[in-house]
Design a protein around this ligand. Structure first.
Ligand code: ADP
Ligand code: ASP
Ligand code: MG
Length: 866
């Protein structure tokens, strides 16, 4: 190492959290990183560490007087001894003294009353243990490390109106360094130093605690006091994400944030950074970084004062354990002094209020447990005091879900899906911060489970979270953690010349690539657990596609008499046994015709059996059930649950079967289809499992049909569907219900990627700063964007090799404002009239849903084979 004098004044502070100090190889990383930082920056390094992971939880239980405290102390001792063995260090020599202090604390007379100073002493042991063993290991590895007691350097501050609990167990520290402080620090002989997070000196000389997660703040204080070049927070995720990555695997890394946004994200629940850690660094102008100890090569999140500000939602976070106090005034709350009286009582109990909402006669406030000691005793005492002036109701536990980002007020119009998601829950309170950085919803904690991934997706889809801004948003967590499978290069890249020639013959025109359909069919054919495959022809009933799929062994699934007729017109020799008829609210005559043709009929209500017994008497039929919920890429394609018109409720299955038996009809198939574009392979496994259970009860069932709904990757970010995982899940269920044949009926999956829509640009128009490319067809040729806000990639086929250096809205010629195929799309800046534009992945529900609205002609269709 270079001979930089220990008295040098250039510092870098590195903080390592619980998981970062619990494994030997991570201590090797700590040593390596410290050395590298010192050398690269010709600086001195201060390492701040947390307790080994889980230790503070144990110490908290002991401090709270757990009945089995002695046992817990024993386990903690064993844990540290085992870790020292892993580090090949002598446990007694390194930690003997500290472990006996821990044991003594458990039997200390103060333990009986659980005094605050004793609690602080107990809590602080975790960091004292970890820093002591860490320093010993690093020195044994040949590194020049000194050990310091953080309590000799950080002094707990006394803030106005803080109660005794906060003054001992949730302290802030004195912000200013004296000249002696800096000098004393500089004079430490070792070039690299190691100290504890989480603990400070109380003014009575004993220990004070910075609050759960407070080690980040310890590091920030040290960084600020030393005027460090940087404070790095090393943890178990590679940065701050747009949501907790453990809860939202699609959360995006936030590569660069300014202090204010980082502060807001931390305050509203992102545990990765202690909320009090930002202010010291911000005031001292010290940049911060959040990095991953297991993946030190990743760039992480940088937080500083120079980050460019990008408007939009950056993150969504959640805080649990929120307590709402609703106060109904007896008179009017506007009466002079009412609020002052209310808040005086919160102050009396040392409670700091977070959110506030008010109406004519009610004021509701929230208390955040990470900032307050909100025990039942404290709440009872507060309620008793408040009852003197109003009626009080305590609502708990609640979750506060917050959207954070610049310019929330100007984003409200983009949040309709977010409002809709909350619309299903009971929202106790909505609060918008006066700094325009956050919008918070408070709901019951149980209702918040599973909500964040849905909200996160809605924020991206609506454009409220501008993930395309690469100066702020990085990769998704699951991409970093597991790597993701990329979409294959689409077939049309190799067919450009043929497609341009086709376009020359006239647009709008659909082109279908048969080898792609064949490849998808063969992939499904290769899945062992599936016995019968049907193609849902409503997606695309082009004759060439029907013929190809029948040749590949697929049956065909039809939903109307028109589709049945089309099938037998194109393939007259097709056995009716390979055709399903699964209509919705079809007239009686269609059922009669279907039985007349000899195809398999599916029914989903008892009323048809009751009203048209003759149609079904003595017949075989399949039953479609509603499993009580829908799924899929858009509300309009979910086909299960109370709001959906499809399927017989499970509760009516017995009635249905009894009625059918009465008619001598045989229920031989059981079917469910919950929706389209479902991305989780587990979905079908579960559907199959539920159907298996129902089939057992019916007794006569031979086939279980789990429907279709397999998704395709429409966007660059979508991962191709994991057919193997899907097949593996189905195999498991198949093993559980071996007596049934398993059927599927995909549509989109087989044909969507095979089709493109070719259009011609008619003009490029600029209006109020928005450039629009007009095409010779829009929602009349492809209605999915207008109907479902669906995404289709859009490319300028005439200029495919040019850079996409312009931004356009891509629109059609229909007199409807929803006639937009894509907003803010990147296309070559030179895009102009006459260019051929390709709309990708349009093979499913493209031509099939096209219409002649505005009396515009239907698109042409063409196939490409080999
Ligand atoms: P340490 O022990 O290193 O201080 P913490 O557990 O305190 O680590 O913080 C890291 C954890 O924070 C992550 O494992 C993650 O589960 C959680 N977390 C919550 N919200 C976020 C977010 N928005 N970005 C990153 N991590 C988050
Ligand atoms: N021991 C502390 C805790 O678990 C660690 C920290 O402050 O980061 O809260
Ligand atoms: Mg932490």
């Amino acid at each position: 190492m270079s001979p930089a004098s220990p008295a040098s004044d250039r510092w870098i502070v590195l903080k390592f959290g619980g998981t970062s100090v619990s494994r030997r190889h991570r201590w090797d990383t700590i040593g390596r990183l410290s050395k590298r930082r010192a050398e690269e920056n010709d600086a001195r390094v201060l390492v701040v560490v947390s307790a080994l992971s889980g230790v503070t939880n144990e110490l908290t239980a002991i401090a709270d007087g757990a009945a089995d405290s002695m046992e817990r102390v024993g386990k903690l001792e064993q844990r540290h001894r085992e870790f020292l063995a892993e580090l090949e260090l002598d446990a007694d020599a390194v930690l003997g003294e500290r472990l006996s202090i821990l044991r003594a604390l458990a039997t200390d007379p103060r333990a009986v009353e659980r005094t605050l100073p004793w609690q602080a002493e107990v809590l602080g042991q975790g960091e004292l243990l970890s820093s002591t063993l860490g320093a010993a290991y690093l020195r044994a590895s040949g590194l020049d490390f000194g050990w310091m007691d953080a309590r000799n350097w950080l002094q707990a501050a006394v803030l106005p109106n803080q109660n005794a609990w906060a003054q001992r167990l949730s302290v802030s520290c004195s912000p200013l360094a004296s000249a002696e402080w800096g000098e004393g620090f500089r004079q430490q002989p070792a070039r690299m130093l190691l100290t504890q997070g989480f603990i400070a000196r109380h003014r009575d000389g004993d220990t004070a605690i910075l609050g759960r997660g407070g080690s980040d703040t310890s590091a920030a204080y040290f960084g600020a006091l030393l005027g460090a070049q940087r404070v790095e927070i090393w943890t178990d995720v590679p940065g701050m994400f747009s949501a907790n990555p453990r809860e939202v695997p699609d959360a995006r890394l936030l590569t660069r944030l300014d202090y204010a946004e980082a502060q807001e994200i931390a305050t509203t629940g992102a545990k990765v950074l202690h909320p009090r850690s930002i202010k010291p660094c911000r005031d001292a102008g010290v940049p911060m970084a959040i990095l991953d100890t297991e993946r030190p090569e990743l760039p992480g999140t940088s937080i500083d004062g120079n980050a460019v500000t990008v408007p939009g939602v950056k993150a969504i976070s959640r805080r649990n354990g929120i307590v709402l106090v609703s106060m109904e005034s007896v008179g009017m709350w506007q009466q002079v002094g009412f609020l002052a009286d209310v808040f005086e009582r919160f102050k009396r109990h040392g409670l700091s209020v977070d959110l506030i909402g008010s109406s004519e006669t009610n004021v509701t406030v929230s208390l955040d447990p990470s900032e307050n000691l909100v025990t039942t005793n404290v709440l009872a005492a507060l309620s008793a005091d408040l009852t003197e002036i109003c009626r009080v109701k305590v609502i708990a536990p609640c979750s506060a879900i917050t959207l954070v980002g610049r310019g929330m007020r100007s984003l409200l119009h983009k949040l309709s899906d977010v409002w809709a998601t909350f619309g299903r829950e009971r929202v106790h309170m909505i609060s918008q911060s006066s700094n325009d950085l956050n919008l918070t919803f408070v709901i019951d904690e149980v209702d918040a489970d599973g909500l964040l991934p849905v909200l996160h997706a809605a924020l991206i889809d609506s454009g409220a979270m501008p993930v395309e801004e690469t100066s702020v948003f990085g990769p998704r967590w699951r991409e970093i953690a597991n790597g993701i499978r990329k979409r294959e290069t689409p077939w049309w890249h190799g067919e450009r010349a043929r497609l341009l020639a086709m376009a020359e013959a006239g647009t709008p025109r659909y082109a279908y690539h048969l080898p792609t359909v064949r490849a998808r069919a063969q992939a499904l054919n290769a899945l062992a657990p599936i016995d019968q495959r049907y193609y849902a022809i409503k997606a695309n009933s082009h004759p060439a596609i029907l013929q190809l799929l029948v040749e590949e062994g697929f049956g065909l699934e039809c939903v109307s008499l028109g589709e049945l007729q089309r099938v037998f017109e194109i393939i007259p020799e097709l056995s009716p046994r390979r055709v399903l008829f699964t209509p919705s609210f079809a007239p009686r005559a269609e059922y009669e015709a279907a039985y007349g043709l000899g195809v398999t009929v599916t029914l989903d209500n008892v009323e048809s059996l009751q009203r048209w017994p003759e149609v079904f008497r003595g017949r075989d039929l399949w039953l479609r059930v509603d499993l009580g919920r829908g799924d899929g890429h858009h509300e309009k394609v979910r086909t299960g649950g109370k709001d959906s018109k499809f399927g017989l409720p499970v509760a009516k299955v017995e009635t249905f079967v009894a009625l059918a038996r009465g008619l001598g009809a045989n229920v031989i198939g059981l079917h469910a289809h919950l929706g389209s574009g479902v991305e989780t392979p587990q979905h079908w496994k579960q559907v199959c499992d539920e159907l298996g259970g129902i089939a057992e009860r019916i007794g006569s069932v031979e086939v279980i049909d789990i429907g279709g709904g397999l998704p395709i990757p429409y966007t660059e970010d979508d991962e191709p569907f994991d057919l193997e995982a899907w097949g593996a899940g189905l195999s498991e269920i198949k093993a559980a219900y071996p007596g049934y044949r398993l059927a599927i009926e995909p549509g989109r999956y087989l044909v969507a990627e095979a089709g493109v829509l070719l259009l011609t640009a008619t003009q490029v128009v600029e209006k109020d700063g928005v450039r629009r490319v007009g095409l010779d067809a829009g929602m009349n040729a492809l209605i999915r964007p207008a109907l479902y806000d669906a995404w289709h990639d859009i490319l300028n086929l005439s200029r495919l090799d040019d850079a996409n250096d312009g931004v356009f809205d891509v629109v059609g010629p229909i007199c409807e404002s929803s006639d937009v195929l894509g907003k803010r799309r990147r296309l070559p800046d030179a895009t102009s009239d006459g260019d051929v534009v390709l709309i990708a992945d349009a093979g499913a529900y493209g031509f099939a849903m096209a219409n002649a609205y505005n009396l515009r002609a239907l698109p042409k269709e063409e196939v490409l084979d080999v």
